[in-house]
Structures are given as structure tokens and as C-alpha cells.
Design a binder for this molecule. Structure first.
Ligand SMILES: Cc1cc2nc3c(=O)[nH]c(=O)nc-3n(C[C@H](O)[C@H](O)[C@H](O)COP(=O)(O)O)c2cc1C
Length: 195
């Protein structure tokens, strides 16, 4: 087999093998979503997720990847509808709080500053001050390793009149607190090194 000589970089000089996590950390900054999922009585729980993507234009669909142990995992297995929201800079504390507490233990809406807003089509509420909110009807799901990908069809969308930018997760170097989350504008205005 003929392999073109030009594709071979000098391994070790410009490319090196690393532990998986070291390469994964280069995904930062990563966008964050809130998954607002209802329980059987319609009470919403909020969980931040970094692993999300749009998967279809027509119909518009969005998917999130949720670990098996998460309370949200059980909720999404049973839910017919839910809301995906893009947190804004108003939500830095809420991302940390909702990402480090489980709805299995506490009512995160009650315990946080999050304000709900009425949705247009589904019963699950929107989050006020989210840069965007997408009302979803549950679609297909796929187990991948220790997470399940849940895809939902967007049936209505909303934007904030006050906040037009979503939060990025800058990565662990920036800490575990709210300072780890910034909008792109905030990031460009700040020093480009961790605090
Ligand atoms: C920035 C951030 C991103 C996260 N991304 C994910 C994710 O994509 N998938 C996941 O299963 N958990 C993710 N987590 C962890 C969950 O949000 C966390 O375990 C949460 O407490 C689960 O809440 P629940 O038990 O109420 O569902 C993330 C946490 C943070 C702070």
C-alpha cells in the first residue's frame, strides 16, 4: 500500500499521545444548556448539560446526553415533553447550583433564584432570562456507554428580551464556581487566562 510521505509528521515533536481527559479538555469553551424536565405531577427539575446538539433542521430537533444516575435521566425516560434552555449570564450561580445538586434530593426551582415562565405549547415551564428556550416533544433515545442521548422535536421557541448570549463553560482551569461560566462577550473583554 502506498502512503503519501507528506502525511507523516514527526511524531513526538508536533503530536503526542496523552491521557484521554487531556485531549477532551481541549473542547473548552463548551456551550451549556439547561434541561427542564417534569416529574409525573408536572413539577419541573433543572439540570445543566454540556453535551447537547441540534440534530435536525426539519423538523428542528435537539439532543442531550444524560448520565444514567442523574435524576433527569429517569424524568426524560418518562416525559412526553420538556424544555431545553440556553442559560445567560444571569444564570451563572444557577448552573453551578443545579449542576451540583440532584432533583432526587431537593426542589431546585424552590431552592434557587430561577424564575419560571409559561410555555406556549407544552406544560413544562420556560426559564426567564434564558437566552433562548426550546419547547420539545420527546423523540428517539439512544444508549451510548454510560449516558443516554435523548432527542426532542422543537415545537416552539422563545428568546429573552434582556439577554441575547448564552453561557460557555470555560473548563476546569477556571475553577468550579460561577467564574467558570462566561458569555463570549465577557470572555473577549476579560484577560484570556484563567483567574
Ligand atoms: C457545566 C455542567 C455541565 C454538565 N453536563 C452534563 C451532561 O452533559 N450530562 C450529564 O449527564 N451531566 C452533566 N452535568 C452534571 C449534572 O448537571 C449534575 O449531575 C446534576 O446535579 C444532575 O441533576 P439531577 O440529578 O437533578 O438530574 C453537568 C454539570 C455541569 C455543572
Amino acid at each position: 500500500m502506498m502512503i503519501h510521505a507528506k502525511i507523516w509528521a514527526s511524531y513526538g515533536d508536533t503530536v503526542k499521545r496523552v491521557p484521554l481527559g487531556e485531549a477532551v479538555s481541549r473542547k473548552s469553551p463548551e456551550s451549556v444548556v439547561f434541561i427542564v424536565a417534569p416529574d409525573g405531577d408536572g413539577n419541573p427539575n433543572v439540570m445543566p448539560a454540556g453535551w447537547s446538539m441540534f440534530t435536525s433542521n426539519d423538523p428542528l430537533m435537539i439532543a442531550v446526553s444524560v448520565g444514567f444516575p442523574r435524576h433527569t435521566h429517569g424524568l426524560l425516560e418518562d416525559a412526553d415533553e420538556y424544555v431545553i434552555a440556553f442559560p445567560s449570564r444571569a444564570h451563572k450561580e444557577d448552573v453551578v447550583f443545579c449542576g451540583s445538586n440532584s432533583g432526587a434530593d431537593i426542589d431546585k426551582i424552590e431552592a434557587s433564584d430561577l424564575t419560571l415562565a409559561e410555555a406556549a405549547v407544552v406544560s413544562t415551564p420556560l426559564l426567564e432570562d434564558a437566552a433562548a428556550c426550546f419547547e420539545c416533544r420527546s423523540g428517539p433515545s439512544l444508549e451510548t456507554g454510560d449516558h443516554t442521548i435523548f432527542a426532542g422535536e422543537v415545537v416552539a421557541a422563545h428568546v429573552s428580551e434582556r439577554y441575547d448570549e448564552r453561557l460557555k463553560n470555560l473548563g476546569r482551569d477556571w475553577g468550579d464556581g460561577p467564574e467558570r461560566f462566561k458569555t463570549l462577550s465577557e470572555l473577549l473583554d476579560s484577560k484570556l487566562t484563567p483567574p
